[in-house]
Each structure stands twice: as C-alpha cells, then as structure tokens.
Design a protein around this ligand. Structure first.
Ligand code: ARG
Length: 708
C-alpha cells in the first residue's frame, strides 16, 4: 500500500519529467511547517540550477500540474521555489481507512528488494559475563532482525559466541588447579561425554577472573593458559569436552538475560563451531598466493593504495600456530555463505564501532579469497554507552557494569517509581494520585487472620466501589465473585459485605484467600492499589503484591525503558546512561510510549463496554489531519530504518505518532463525542493508531501490556 508521500512524489516526479526535467526532483516529504502545508517539494531549486532556469518559474509550473490531482487541495509556491502542498480531507480519510484495514502491516509497506540476510549480533563471550556494551548489540541487532523480517527479508540471526580465545585456556587451567582429578584432565580421555557439567555458571564467573588476574602479572601462568588453548584448538578430547560444558552452562545463563530483553536468536553458533573449516580455508589463502609468512605467523595483506589510514594485515595463524579472531570470523563467513545459507545475499555484523578496523580487514580478506564480495558484508557499528563523565560506563568501583546488574538497576528504578517504601514513615506508596481514598480504608494493624483478610477484602471493594463513580474503572470486567459482591444491593455496610465475603471464603485456605485478594487487586489499574502501611499484618499481601507488580509491570516497563533509551539514539553516536531519564513516564521514553498505548487501549475498552464501536473515518479537524499524516509516515520510517540500518528512525516515528495522538486526544472528545458518526470515526482513528503503535513498538521489541 502506497503512502501519501509516495503518491505525491510519483505525481511531482511525473510533473518534472513532463517539462523535461529529471524525475528525481519530484521528491515530496512531510512539511517542516505543518501550519502552512501538509507536504513540500523542494526540487525546483535544484532543477533550476542544473537547467539554468528560474526556480520559482519551475515551481509554479509543477504546482499547476499538481493542482489538477483530486487529492491535492492546494499547491503554492513559497520563498525561492518551495512547493507547499495541502491534501484534501477526503484523501486523508481514505488513507486512514486503508491503514486501519491493513491487518498485516498497519500502514507499512514491504521492502521492494527482500533479501536473504544473516545478522550476527549479541557476540557474548563464554564464561565472561555480558556487560553494558553487549546491551547495544543485543538490542540493535534484535530490532534489525524484527524490522527486516517484518518487511519481508529472510533473516537468520546468529549470536556468534566468543568461545575460542584465551578465556577458554584460563578456564581449563584454573579448573585443573581446583579439581585435577576430573576425568577430562586425564590425557587418555576420549569420552564418553557425561551430561552432568563439572561446573556451574557461578564457578565460571569465579574461575575466569581468578585466572585472568593471576595471568596479568605472572607470565608463566599466562603461558599455561595459552598452552591449554593451543591443545584445545589442536583437539585434545578432554578439553573439547570441557569446552562443550562451558558453552552449555554459559548459554543457559545468557539466555536468561537475553530473554529479559526480549532478544532471541535463530542460531547459537560460536567461533569453535568453524574450527573444522580452518585448515581448508588457510589452504585456500595459500593456494591463491595470498598468505605470507611473517615472523613465524601467517598473514594476508589487505592494504590498498587508496587507503588513508593504516591497514594492518590479517593474521591467519599466530606464531604459536594458533588461530584468532580474524581467522574464526573468516571461517564463519565460509560456514554461513557456503554451507548454511548458500543463498545468503547479505551479512550484517552488529558490533561496537571500535571493531571497525577488524571488520574492514576481515571483509577485504573474504573478498580476496573469493568467499563473498565485500559489498555484501556490512559492519553495523554503534557507539558506546557512557557514564555521566562521558567515558564508557563504569560501576562506582570502576569495573565494567554487568548487563544483569544493569537490568536489575533498571527494574529497581522502575519499581521505585511504581511502588516504593517511604523510608521515614515506612509506608508503601503506589505511583500516582488515586491512592488517598484507599489509604483511608486501610488500618490493618492487627494480626492478619482470616478476619482481617476479609476486612481487607471488603475495604478494597468498598474503596473501589466509591471510586468507581469518580474514576475510569470498568468494574464489569472483574471476576464473578467480585462482581457479585458489587452488585449485591445488600452491600450497604461493611458488616453485610463481610458476611457475604465469609460465604465466599468458606472453603479457601489462607493462602488461597491472599491470592484471591491480590488477584482482585491486580484486575484493577495498579494505580488504584493505594498506600499500605508496612506493619507486619499486611506484609504478606504486600510482598505478594510486589512480586506481581514486578512481574506484570516493572519488567515490561524496564524492558521498554532500556530498549527505547538505546534505540532512539542514532546508532553510531555514544550516549550517556541516565537511569532516571530512561525510566521516566514523561518525555521521549519507553515508559511514556507504553503509557500512551495503554491509555488508548483502556479508552477503546471503555468505549466497547459502553457499546460504542469504531465506524467510518471522516477526517475534518486539524488534529485529525495531523494524526493521519503521522500515521501515513509509517511506511517511510520502516523502509528508512531498514535502508540505513538505523532503528532510531522508527523510534522517531512511534514517538511522533504518540504525540500526534496526544494532540488529538487533547483537542477533541473521542468516546465522549456526542455526534455518533464523529464518535465512531474517532474511535476508528484511535484503533488505527493503537495498532500501528503496537506494531511499531513490537518491532522495537517492546510489548504493550493491557493495563499499566
Ligand atoms: N565476541 C566479540 C566481542 O565480545 C563480538 C563478536 C562479534 N561478531 C563477530 N562475528 N566478530 O567483542
């Protein structure tokens, strides 16, 4: 489905052609000045320059042609030769209807040139915990994988584990020092390979830093690790078995962090998986006369005359006969392009910008030896995550921040905003203002027996009941038991309700009772949960509540905060990690966008409950026009993000869309509009916005909960 921008571009391009000028001048885009125009075309100036004509004259000729299009309401020449375009309400209404009807792409359009693409991202190293630097690769890579798949590319993602370097030697030797009796160290070991791993992830987390610290100022210790790597790479069975264990144990742990971030991979291959290809590959380089011996190492020159910067050679084999990062990356290209994905047209590496030289070298060597044309290999570099000092983010102690800790910090910051304990009063406070009324109903200072649970329950019901009038809750959507109580006309007093509740609770255990209460609490907007005191009596419920809140709200909000904060930056720039800003519910943040989408959901739910359905879209008001223009930009944002491999373009779009929605929401009644046709139209617009927001956020890896 074409967008208005595209249609207008086609029309303007044809107009330029018709007067003998190049079609490319007909590029149309959204206007910078929405009060003056919907779209603009700036091509007349460029065209005039190359044709040696007057730009305003050209602009008015083009404008005349465009005016003839029924979609074009007005076409005016401004300044030196800008063409300002307004489109009709009818064309905007029709476009909005198309977007709403587009179940698959919510107004986006597929890539014109779908490709078979491998995306290499994540790049965690076995036994080394992931750190803040791995966040960007994970989040950008995953977003590109979602984006490309959405647009029709055939994508295979591979995490490319770092499992072939010195760290493996450190692990093997350090483990030997602790447990020399392990069968894997037996020189005659050839298998079998028992399922039970000899180490846990905690062991790995301890062994690696221990060894690497010792090796730092002890060359002999370092040499032992290097020897172990050499033996491993040479295929010593016991070491290979250990490697496999280390990988399995690490991958299980890595999956937890990735799952939190909503990141997944098709393949979990690693450097060690291409070991068997290395001898053949080296042979290939030698046969082609590309490899050369230098100080005991085998190298490939990749420098070119035209190089402005120094381009060191690729190292195929080091002087110890071992293979490193260059060689495994080259063998991996062979594996992917020749064995795994013979039809692959493209390979994307989402890796820190600081590895640019490495990839330049590898890509050149890959082309030299005939694996693939360099042009099909792309390094998608990204900037660093910095601390407030502008240097790569460090913990207070000066170490690198682990990704798991980053996730923890973010979740805590979100929880702090949702649900926090006031240090001075010991009260638990739930985000937002609707808490007073509930607070008044809570005086849970006695022992939490069945009776007080019943009382708590009743208090909650009373509170909800009294607040129902003032606020937006839809009490109809809660569980039957709760509904029954609410509907009971006998609920005149607390005593009556309590009586009723005892009836309900008769065969429930205490913990079932707690679950029932918590369940009911959670069926409501959590903002209504109110302020609790933290006396012992209510602590069980509080704890349970906190767990639920964490799982249901804090986690998705934290994921949204982290992913959006990262993705909204131009990929190649560095950004400063600012947890307060990222987790804020205001501004250009993930939580804000979630909140915006959840608000539309609840608006539509309420409308539906009131029997108001979306209907035919009739655009008229400025705020509606602006909203449809925003919706119309989705396709271009998706394709732009794909073409440039820049997720922030999509972030800009979803943010702009939610702003346009908030303008619309502020300017016009929606569910409360008294004219039924307008009400139905606005509900339809809201539905289209929600769907596009959800699709857009989904590509960014952000899921929108039902309530927040
Ligand atoms: N393991 C590497 C690192 O931590 C990243 C791997 C990136 N991918 C690649 N094919 N080289 O730096």
């Amino acid at each position: 489905m074409a967008s208005l921008t595209k249609d207008l571009t086609a029309a303007a391009s044809a107009a330029f052609s018709a007067i003998g000028l190049e079609a490319r001048w007909g590029d149309v885009r959204r206007s910078d000045k929405p009060d003056l125009a919907d779209f603009q075309c700036d091509g007349a100036m460029g065209a005039a320059k190359s044709a040696g004509r007057n730009p305003r004259e050209i602009a008015s000729e083009i404008a005349e042609v465009l005016k003839a299009y029924p979609a074009v309401l007005s076409a005016e020449v401004a300044g030196p030769g800008f063409i300002n375009l307004r489109v009709s309400d009818a064309v905007l209404s029709a476009r909005a209807a198309d977007i709403l009807a587009d179940k698959d792409m919510a107004g986006g359009e597929p890539a014109p040139d779908p490709q078979v693409t491998v995306i290499d991202f994540g790049g965690p190293n076995v036994a080394k915990p992931m750190h803040v630097g791995h966040l960007r690769s994970a989040v950008i890579g995953d977003t590109l994988q979602r984006l490309l798949k959405f647009l029709g590319d055939t994508v295979t993602s591979d995490t490319h584990l770092g499992d072939w370097g010195l760290q493996m030697g450190h692990l093997v030797t350090e483990l030997y020092d602790e447990q020399p009796d392990l069968i894997y160290f037996d020189e005659s070991y050839t298998g079998p390979y028992p399922d039970e791993p000899p180490v846990t992830i905690e062991d790995l987390g301890r062994l690696y830093p221990a060894a690497s610290n010792k090796a730092k100022d002890d060359p002999a210790r370092n040499q032992r690790s290097q020897n172990a790597v050499a033996e491993l790479q040479a295929g010593r069975p016991g070491y290979r078995a250990l490697l496999k264990h280390f990988i399995n144990v690490s991958v299980a742990a890595l999956k937890v962090d990735y799952a939190f971030l909503n990141v997944s991979f098709d393949l979990w291959k690693g450097e060690s998986d291409v070991d068997h290809l290395i001898p053949g590959l080296i042979e290939r380089f030698c046969k082609a006369g590309l490899a050369e011996e230098s100080q005991g190492a085998l190298i490939v020159h990749v420098a070119r005359e035209s190089d402005k910067k120094e381009m060191p050679p690729v190292m195929l084999l080091n002087s110890r006969g071992g293979t490193g990062y260059h060689t495994t990356d080259l063998a991996t290209i062979e594996d992917r392009m020749m064995h795994m994905h013979p039809t692959a047209e493209r390979m994307l590496y989402v890796v820190d910008q600081r590895q640019a030289l490495h990839f330049e070298q590898v890509f050149r060597a890959a082309e030299l030896v005939g694996l693939i044309d360099e042009g099909h290999l792309e390094h998608i570099g990204f900037g660093t995550v910095n601390g407030p000092d502008g240097k790569p983010f460090k913990t207070r102690e000066g170490g690198v921040l682990r990704l798991a800790d980053l996730i923890l910090i973010t979740t805590e910051a979100v929880k702090e905003k949702l649900f926090r304990e006031d240090a001075s009063t010991g009260e638990f406070i739930v985000h937002d203002g609707l808490t007073r009324a509930i607070q008044e109903h809570f005086s849970l200072n006695r022992k939490l027996g069945r009776r007080s649970l019943a009382k708590l329950y009743v208090n909650l019901m009373m509170t909800f009941r009294s607040m129902r009038m003032k606020d937006e809750w839809n009490v109809r959507k809660t569980s039957t038991s709760f509904n029954n109580i609410i509907r009971k006309s006998t609920l005149k007093s607390e005593a009556n309700a309590m009586h009723y509740f005892y009836g309900l609770a008769i065969d429930k255990t205490k913990s079932q009772l707690i679950d029932t209460i918590v369940g009911h609490l959670l069926k409501f907007n959590f903002r209504a949960l109110g302020v609790f005191d933290s006396s012992r009596s209510s602590s069980i419920i509080l704890r349970r509540l906190q767990e639920y809140i964490e799982e249901l709200y804090a986690r998705p909000i934290a994921v949204a905060a982290l992913r959006f904060a990262d993705l909204q930056n131009t990929r190649t720039t560095n950004y400063v990690f600012d947890i307060e800003r990222f987790t804020s519910f205001e501004g250009k943040t993930g939580p804000y966008l979630l909140y915006a989408a959840v608000r539309i959901k609840s608006l539509l739910r309420r409308a539906e409950a009131d029997g108001n359905a979306p209907g035919e879209i009739v655009v008229g008001h400025d705020a509606e026009r602006a909203l449809v223009l925003a919706l119309d930009g989705f396709g271009a944002a998706l394709l732009g993000a794909r073409e440039k491999r820049m997720p922030h373009i999509l972030c800009e779009h979803v943010f702009g869309l939610s702003q346009a929605f908030s303008g619309f929401y502020g300017a016009l009644p929606i569910a409360n509009e008294s004219d039924p046709a307008l009400r139905a139209s606005r509900l339809a617009l809201a539905t289209a916005v929600l769907r596009q927001l959800e699709v857009g956020l989904g590509i960014l890896g952000i899921d929108v909960p039902e309530r927040m």
